[in-house]
Structure formats: C-alpha cells, structure tokens
Write a protein that binds this ligand. Structure first.
Ligand code: BTN
Length: 241
C-alpha cells in the first residue's frame, strides 16, 4: 500500500491546536501532519499556564511518531532548533536564542514557546509538538517580558513544517548528536551562565544524554540535572518565566 503523505490545515479558530493534532494522531495520521489556527480560545502553555492567542501570531501543532521511543525526550529540543531555523529563513532576527528547554527568546524577552505532549494509545505512541510564536504582537500581563519577531505568520507555517519534519527525520535516523550541536549553538544558557530555579542558584553546564539541563548548585557544588517538567529556570537577574 502507498504510504500516506502528511498534510497540514489552517483553520480560523479552535480551543487549542494541540487538541486537534492529538485527534489526528488518534485517527492514525502520519508523522509531519499539522494543524494551525489563526486564533485559539484556550491556548495552553507549559506548567499548566494559559497561552494568550491573538490573531497575527502563530499557533501550530505537528505530529511526531518517533521510531525510537528512548529518543523522544529530544523532541522538544529538536522542535526549538526547527523553530529558530524557520524564523531565520523568513528573515527573522539573528539574535533569536533557545532558552532551555525550548522557549524562544530575543534579548531579555520571550518570543515563543513549545508545549510537547506525549500520547500512548491503540495506534501507538506519538508526540504532539505545539508551537506558539509571537509573530506580530507580544501578549502583556504575563508577569514576564514578552516580545514579537515581526515575521509573516502565513509565510512561517510551511517553513516550520519543513524544518520540523527534517529535524524529526534526523533524530530517527542519526540520533540526537546533530540536534544537540545545533541547539547548543543557539542556547541562551551557555556553559557557565548563572541560572536560578526553584529557589536555587547555580551555573549551567550543558545538556545531559536525554536533553536535560545539567547545572552545578552554588550552595554545595553538587551537579544535578533539571527536568523540564518540574521547574521554570531563568538567567540570574531576570523575571520569573
Ligand atoms: C510555553 O508555555 O512556553 C509553551 C507554549 C505553547 C503554545 C502553543 S500555541 C499552539 C499549541 N496549542 C496550545 O494550546 N499550546 C501550543
């Protein structure tokens, strides 16, 4: 039987594109299928937060079906790499950086974020990669600095789908080494950067074998890995994010 090709759809409005993408996954859609909306009425962020979703910004979710489940922890990292590449291809700012695990930052402000959700069901394991990018406007009232990139949202969708599919293929075929290298080149937390998390302070050391962030804690010199699900982390001196 011929392989089903992934497709993408743009709709006017939904609650969350991650929910629609999950439904695609449950129906058996192939890796690389995506859905995007001009507006979301209940956009979700990481750590249970709301994601403000005004028209003109990007709300986009793409389906991943990793061949190697043990590499799935690298998918959020790969998604960040793909997002930066897509924005740059559209002439977006060179200064765009990835704040671990996968926020897009420009200078001291957040310009986008990624929410990956894993699902195990009768059709196997898949991951919904949800990406929000402030293309036209920066939401206010978040208790943190936000900025927008001034890139064309309609131009960004196809480039993002292409870059995400390429990064997922690379992860499947070659493993995380190349993704890791690309991530580290764009990382806000270069080794030695002072960081704070959950009332602690330390310095960033780099990524561990699963894409977790290694840090050395100031108060006792202990080296440990921070898990993305657990905490928010910030450069010392910045607002919570
Ligand atoms: C974060 O907290 O930084 C992650 C934000 C992820 C937002 C995107 S917008 C498209 C997709 N649909 C959602 O409801 N959330 C993600």
């Amino acid at each position: 039987m011929p392989e089903v090709q992934p497709s993408g759809q743009l709709i006017e409005e939904c609650e969350s594109t991650n929910d629609l993408c999950r439904a695609l996954g449950e129906k058996g859609a192939p890796e690389g299928s995506w859905v995007s909306a001009r507006r979301q009425s209940r956009g979700r962020g990481r750590l249970g937060r709301e994601w403000a979703s005004a028209e003109g910004n990007l709300f986009f979710s793409l389906l991943a079906r990793p061949l190697h489940r043990e590499r799935a922890s690298w998918i959020p990292i790969a998604a960040g790499v793909a997002a930066v590449r897509a924005v740059r291809r559209l002439g977006g700012p060179e200064g765009l950086r990835l704040k671990w695990p996968n926020d897009l930052w420009l200078g001291p402000a957040k310009a986008g974020g990624i929410l990956c959700e894993g699902v195990s069901g009768p059709r196997g394991f898949f991951v919904v990669i949800g990406i929000g990018i402030n293309c036209r406007s920066a939401p206010g009232g978040l208790g943190q600095a936000a900025t927008s990139l001034g890139v064309d949202v309609d131009g960004l969708r196809p480039l993002l789908a292409e870059e995400l599919r390429a990064c997922l293929r690379e992860l499947d075929s070659a493993g995380p080494a190349g993704i890791r290298e690309a991530y580290e080149a764009q990382a806000l937390f270069q080794p030695g950067t002072p960081v704070s998390w959950a009332g602690e302070r330390g310095v960033a050391l780099g990524l561990d074998a699963s894409g977790g962030l290694r840090v050395r804690r100031d108060r006792d010199g202990v080296e440990l890995t921070i898990l993305a699900e657990d905490v928010s982390i910030r450069p010392v001196g910045d607002q919570p994010c």
